[in-house]
Design a protein around this ligand. Sequence first.
Ligand code: GLN
Length: 296
Amino acid sequence: MTAEKPTSQPVEEVWTVKRILDWTTDYLARQGSAAPRLDSEILLAHARQCQRIELYTQYESRLTDGERAIMRDLVQRRAKAEPVAYLVGFREFFSLAFEVTPDVLIPRPETEMLVVNVLERAKGQTGLNVLDLGTGSGCIAVSIAANHPNMNVVAVDISPRALDVARRNSERHGVDDRIQFLEGDLFEPLTSKRTFDFIVSNPPYVAEGDLGTLPEDVRLHEPHSALLAGGKGLDVLQRLIHQAPGFLNPSGWLLVEIASEQAQDVVSEFAATGFSGVECEKDLSGQIRCVRGRKT
Ligand code: GLN
């Protein structure tokens, strides 16, 4: 009798979309990612140059060798806590796609509150202007300009490399004709005669001692100059609040993002500087995130 043929051949590994998503999700979860499935989907969509939603109809589709190589590199970098937004070069904010690089803070959803606050107050009005201090990626400035028909914006940042990113984002969203970009520290590049209806800012506000408590992604990869502001995280906020009245029109608004534990100090600072109707607003997780007041 001849020997029986083996009934099963060694199965060649077939890397379908579904299989690689499942594998990557499991791997990134073990490496400490807070949202491993989402990370996997965004990275795979980037490697395949498709929309994330398209993956759901491509579950059985096989990856090309090129896509697998790109994905392997992205997953290794993600496992070392590189933020997904830097890996793919984009982050969505206020329903717009923003280019991001390690020169700018990655836009956070809670910062959309500042944009909503300005747009609500400017609705239906013409001839208004906004100053965005520490614009970073330009997400606040661009979202305001893109969602109001005629507001003009001045966007300031101390980092010329951040301004390059912000400028490209304004071009991408067709609002570069209404945003002026200036390099400098807070109000420094402005003449004191220039005044605004709104001053808005998401400044650095993390207390230096809290650096170690930030998630690895943030701590190891995002620009510390956009995060840290002295012992209580208030150094930049204090300077900004004190100088703001000199650059606001009568009844003009100052709106800033803060950490919730800074609310009392910041509200006192607003009041001591002569702002009226000072209010705090909580973000979706119930933390005070925005303080606003009006020049009297
Ligand atoms: N909310 C950000 C963080 O905790 C800090 C942003 C900022 O300092 N402007 O990572």
